[in-house]
Design a protein around this ligand. Structure first.
Ligand code: GTP
Ligand code: MG
Length: 277
């Protein structure tokens, strides 16, 4: 299986973002706190160029706090970058974002006067539009738990002469690192129709058995006899009654069940990547 998802609307969104960038003062790049490496879009880095950047490690309520803190430290070492966290347990205030943007702007060559623009960008389904609503304290943008909800840019006025623009989620044409792409598929960044749920669940099962066995014991009551993805999916299917014809576990239904549990946090918190070093 090769994971790839770059529909026409993303190509259009990329061109629109490129056009917008000359009038952007600070970029807000939203990353998934569970996969900060895989969710860093190289195309966005190229489009951004020297524009200062606030990186937000989002959905921090679904990741392991110590690992997220290590990523925050790592990104804060980068030039023209301030890294912040956001999650259900620790919602980021607009004040903190504007303070960070103001600090970054002081070291930038961008105009310091007049209207100042912040753009929210990042991969699909990472929580960009939810952040716009959080900062506006109103539900202005449509959100949803599937990728490619936002299809066009949306600009709103904030405090202190700042404007905020939400953009459609962007991937890139060739996902060279297929292990990273599989992690993105696990977290729900890649549309279901572009990947086989069974393949992604198999990948998730391998990963969970290796690093998060205790979570599987707590959620599904697996015993020491379950050692590979096939046995795990079979066990979950039987236990949860995801059965097909003849009473055998239905792989598709079981795969969807495991992925839903994983993505929603019902299996616990996961950090799938650690910062270098
Ligand atoms: N657990 C958790 N879920 C979140 C958080 N932020 C957003 N979500 C959920 O993530 C899903 C995607 O949110 P959106 O704001 O639509 O994501 P987006 O990045 O705008 O997605 P696209 O427009 O499709 O690119 C929704 O179900 C949100 O409720 C968070 O901090 N924690
Ligand atoms: Mg959106």
């Amino acid at each position: 299986m090769t994971i790839s998802w770059y529909p026409g609307h993303m190509h259009k969104a990329r061109k629109e973002l490129q056009k917008l960038m000359s009038s952007v003062h600070v970029t807000i790049e939203v990353l998934d706190a569970r996969t900060p490496y895989a969710s860093s879009n190289p195309v966005l880095t190229a489009i951004r160029g020297d524009t200062p950047c606030i990186k937000i490690l989002n959905k921090s309520d679904l990741a392991i706090a110590e690992v997220t803190a290590a990523w925050q430290h790592y990104f804060n070492q980068q030039e023209r970058v301030i890294c912040l966290r956001n999650g259900l347990e620790e919602p980021l205030s607009l004040d903190r974002v504007l303070t960070a943007a103001g600090r970054l702007l002081q070291t930038s060559e961008k105009s310091q006067t007049g209207a100042k623009q912040l753009v929210i960008a990042g991969i699909p389904n990472v929580g960009k539009s939810t952040l716009l609503n959080q900062f506006a304290q109103r539900k202005l943008a449509k959100t949803g738990n599937e990728p490619a909800i936002t299809r066009s840019q949306q600009r709103i006025k904030l405090a202190d002469g700042w404007y905020l623009i939400d953009t459609p989620g962007l991937l890139w044409p060739r996902l060279e690192d297929q292990q990273a792409a599989a992690r993105l598929a696990c977290t729900g960044t890649i549309r279901n129709t572009a990947v086989a749920a069974a393949d992604i669940a198999w990948f998730a099962a391998e990963l969970l058995l290796k690093d998060y066995r205790a979570a599987l014991e707590t959620r599904y009551g697996i015993d020491s006899g379950i050692v590979n993805p096939e046995e795990l999916l079979d066990f979950i299917g039987k236990k949860r009654g995801s059965l097909g014809r003849g009473g055998a576990p239905d792989l598709q239904k079981t795969a969807e069940l495991l992925l839903n549990d994983f993505r929603s946090g019902k299996l616990g918190r996961f950090s799938l990547e650690s910062p270098p070093g």
